[in-house]
Design a protein around this ligand. Sequence first.
Ligand code: GDP
Ligand code: MG
Length: 177
Amino acid sequence: QRDFNQKIDYVFKVVLIGDSAVGKSQLLARFTRNEFNIDSKATIGVEFQTKTLVIDHKTVKAQIWDTAGQERYRAVTSAYYRGAVGAMLVYDTTKRQSFDHVARWLEELRGHADKNIVVMLVGNKSDLGSLRAVPIEDAKEFAQRETLFFMETSALEATNVESAFVTVLTEIYRIIS
Ligand code: GDP
Ligand code: MG
């Protein structure tokens, strides 16, 4: 997507966080390029991708940052969080451990990011229904308690991916406008 000759009203930085292999890079590829790559390594080294969309007649450029393999606890630096107005906190619905680590990621985020940051808890790989290890109610309850948005997504089947990002971007817009 090209921004050539396009007037940008807002740039919103959104960060992707969560354990390794939960599907962060694929969610990004799906949202920004409508792609899903079996070989995820292809996106390593890319700091962020952008997508321009219109919200309330304004042109908003979403600048979405990917961790590029720095998901070890506390390896993500404060530069990553700097200036972020939104965050997608991703876990894998088929990996209980990735959900158990969500509280830790949230703590990291709250320690580094702006207080008003808009956070979406994302349970990815909803296409793998038979392998579900995290009940949707557990995630909903956590999100409610921590005042986060929540959605289950599938980067593979393109379910709720657009919706999750657009919800966050629209909420950011609502807050700052
Ligand atoms: P990251 O480490 O969080 O960036 O995770 P990746 O995006 O690299 O994805 C890790 C693995 O999960 C890859 O093998 C992907 O193909 C796979 N994956 C990502 N999203 C989905 C999804 O929605 N459904 C399924 N079934 N697999 C997915
Ligand atoms: Mg990745």
